[in-house]
Design a binder for this molecule. Structure first.
Ligand code: 13P
Length: 253
């Protein structure tokens, strides 16, 4: 089923206590909201996963995600956190391939393909990020870039496994810059991605995959973006750190 998803990516912000406070405030604000067909996701730092998952408990429609996972299963990999550990903390999803991971930590599509496998192997839904940098947009190569990110990172998956994937399109030039892709620009890329999925996995899986937009989404622009036919929600950085802003975006669905 194609869900609307509003996912916060807290990045390297919040202590466990601050995270719990933030989630408690959001849950209080949405306690009378009808979340049918919708998923709300909190993408927390590793150290907050357990505490935040405990605060979320079994609240219907609300999930916790990590922001990364190791491409290894376990053992002598100092500083790494495995998919299994993340799942054991109560997370149900994992953000994979965020542009900050690609840029600062040199994660390639090949590494991300392994991470997608690890996530699925531990029952975590991958939220797989793709998106072009400004130069790709300016020289009109953005479709090629996005196509290889998707094909090389995800298209090795079986149809059954791919059916569990969420995709997030985050144009790098719109992240944390206050500059948003216009609803038309974003819609065009989302339709392009859905079409790629259709050519590989067929119409039914393409219709059901949720494709989120990320990049300076706020309560003021969320409605227009999420109103586009192929935009199924948002992956939100800055505005997910303030309960009122995050809830403002949830209410825009
Ligand atoms: P901003 O919402 O702060 O632009 O960040 C978007 C993002 O990177 C979400 O993953």
């Amino acid at each position: 089923m194609r869900y609307k998803i509003i996912a916060g990516n807290w990045k390297m912000n919040t202590t466990p206590k601050e995270g719990v406070d933030l989630v408690t405030e959001v849950l209080e604000l949405i306690k009378s909201t009808d979340l049918t067909g919708t998923k709300i996701v909190f993408g927390t730092p590793f150290v907050s996963l357990l505490a935040v998952a405990e605060s979320v408990g079994n609240t219907p429609g609300v999930y916790v995600a990590s922001q990364n996972i190791s491409s290894y299963d376990g053992g002598a990999y100092t500083g790494e956190t495995s998919a299994n550990m993340i799942s054991a903390c109560g997370a149900k999803m994992a953000i994979i391939g965020h542009s900050e991971r690609r840029e600062y930590f040199h994660e390639t599509n090949a590494i991300l393909a392994t991470k997608a496998d690890k996530a699925i192997g531990s029952d975590l839904t991958p939220i797989y990020c793709c998106g072009e940098v400004l130069a790709d947009r300016k020289n009109d190569s953005y479709q090629t870039v996005i196509q290889s990110q998707i094909e090389e990172g995800l298209f090795h998956l079986s149809a059954e496994d791919f059916a569990n994937v969420v995709i997030a399109y985050e144009p790098v030039w719109a992240i944390g810059t206050g500059e948003t892709a216009s609803p038309e620009q974003a819609q065009a890329v989302h339709a392009f991605i859905r079409n790629l999925v259709k050519s590989k996995y067929g119409a039914e899986i393409a219709e059901n995959v949720s494709i989120l937009y990320g990049g300076s989404m706020k309560p003021t622009n969320a409605k227009e973006l999420i109103g586009m036919p192929d935009i199924d929600g948002g992956l939100i950085g800055g505005a997910s750190l303030k309960a009122a802003d995050f809830v403002g975006i949830i209410n825009a669905i």
